[in-house]
Design a protein around this ligand. Structure first.
Ligand code: EZ4
Ligand code: CO
Length: 412
């Protein structure tokens, strides 16, 4: 079975997505997600200029060999652009293999270990009452775990907090779009870590008071703290029994996690901006983290994600794959098949896609009683409507930039 065509599809049904569609001479086709929020066209070029010419005529059955060929053969290893491009190829080839077998992909990954993947949703509010309403509406939608983010008194818009009131579409996260093809400058937000550290424990106090001790609660620090600040927050949040504290510090400083770990028993999650198993070696072998946050889309595909989760399992760490709306329904489906199959599943992040996005990507995935399931269709269970995709041309859009009150550009 040879690869006949490989098409890079860039579409923007509410937000930008990059998808690779591989078709074989047997007439089977597979999809892979290559979306890199705010840097989409770099990956599209990597695919169409550098990988597609190498794929045409190759044996579609040889997933591992193709992965190694693209990773080692490119000389320049790792990096989010490279790994998103390779991820799309890997995922599309798994989709094809599972379709050829007539099975949902999770069967080829060893069959299911559970009925569905426990999902967490994003509750947020500009203040505590708005947050409590948002938690309530998530519970009403069936969520059995929620991430909790709020505004900080004295600060304006805060990344991770919905700008619209609870009940309307939860739209904090899509990067800001320019409209009309213009290139926008990123929005700039002001950040004050001391004000944040004073405020967050009172938020969790209010949520536990209202919803009791059972509900799994998560929090995302969005890389904004120094190690010593993160250590303090972890300690301050211990009474509220978090499921995890995510991205407390910028993840590339792996040694920082040693300091945090030595001060707090709050479970730690990290890795949504990582793109390689090598980003985790210190963190896992020294048991500095509890959850691995990588996405299939940004880590080179299903093949290396499986390898990473197997390594994590040796050190008692579990999966918590990244699942915001900048992971397309294709990337999410790949993760859901892994979620079902792997032994050391922890939790799956889940934000609902917009109706426009779901017009372009037809997915068999379901969300019921707090659990996600990829469906039983052969392959990934996602198809792309290319005519619909063509109606939504790319629009430049960027994530915001954080500045401290003194004007310095900050981590976020
Ligand atoms: O900021 O997906 O845990 N989820 C997150 C996301 C990320 C965006 C970046 O593209 O932190 O909202
Ligand atoms: Co995050």
């Amino acid at each position: 079975m040879r690869i006949r065509t490989a098409d890079v599809i860039v579409t923007s049904p509410g937000r930008n997505f990059v998808t690779l569609k591989i078709t074989t001479d047997d007439g089977l086709s597979g999809l892979g997600d290559a979306t890199l929020n705010g840097r989409e066209l770099a990956v599209a070029s990597y695919l169409s200029d550098h990988l597609v010419p190498l794929l045409l005529g190759r044996d579609a059955d040889r997933i591992e060999d193709t992965w190694q060929y693209l990773y080692r053969g490119g000389y320049w290893r790792r990096g989010p652009v490279t790994m998103a491009a390779i991820a799309a190829v890997d995922t599309a080839l798994w989709d094809i293999k599972a379709k050829a077998a007539g099975m949902p992909l999770y069967q080829l990954l060893g069959g299911r270990s559970r009925e569905g993947a426990l999902a967490y949703g994003h509750a947020s509010g500009r203040d505590i009452p708005e947050l409590l309403d948002s938690v309530r509406s998530h519970l009403a939608e069936g969520f059995r775990a929620v991430r909790v983010q709020t505004g900080v008194p004295g600060l304006g818009a805060v990344y991770g907090v919905a700008s619209s009131a609870a009940g309307t579409r939860y739209d904090y996260e899509p990067a800001r779009r320019a409209g009309g093809g213009a290139t926008p400058a990123p929005a700039e937000e002001t950040w004050d870590t001391r004000a944040y550290l004073r405020h967050v424990p009172s938020v969790f106090e209010a949520v536990r008071q209202e919803f009791g001790p059972e509900l799994p609660l998560l929090h995302d620090g969005h890389h904004r703290m120094t190690p010593i600040q993160a250590a303090r927050l972890g300690k301050d949040l211990e009474p509220y029994d978090l499921f995890w504290l995510e991205d407390a510090t910028p993840g590339e400083d792996q040694a920082a996690l040693r300091l945090i770990r030595s001060h707090t028993t709050t479970p730690l999650a990290i890795g949504e901006v990582f793109n390689s198993i090598h980003d985790y070696t210190t963190l896992l072998t020294e048991r500095l983290i509890d959850y691995v946050r990588s996405a299939v889309t940004h880590t080179g595909g299903i093949t290396p994600m499986r390898r990473l989760l197997d390594l994590a399992g040796l050190y008692g760490a579990k999966s918590g794959m990244h699942g915001p709306t900048d992971i397309s329904p294709v990337g999410m489906a790949a993760q859901l098949h892994l979620d079902l199959a792997v032994h050391n599943f922890g939790i799956q992040e889940y934000m609902r896609q917009s109706p426009l996005t779901l017009e372009v990507f037809r997915t068999s995935a379901t969300f019921q009683d707090g659990l996600l399931h990829p469906g039983e269709n052969p392959g990934l269970g996602v198809e792309i409507d290319e005519e619909a995709a063509a109606r939504f041309p790319y629009e430049a859009a960027y994530l915001p930039v954080n500045r401290l009150v003194d004007g310095t550009v900050h981590d976020w």
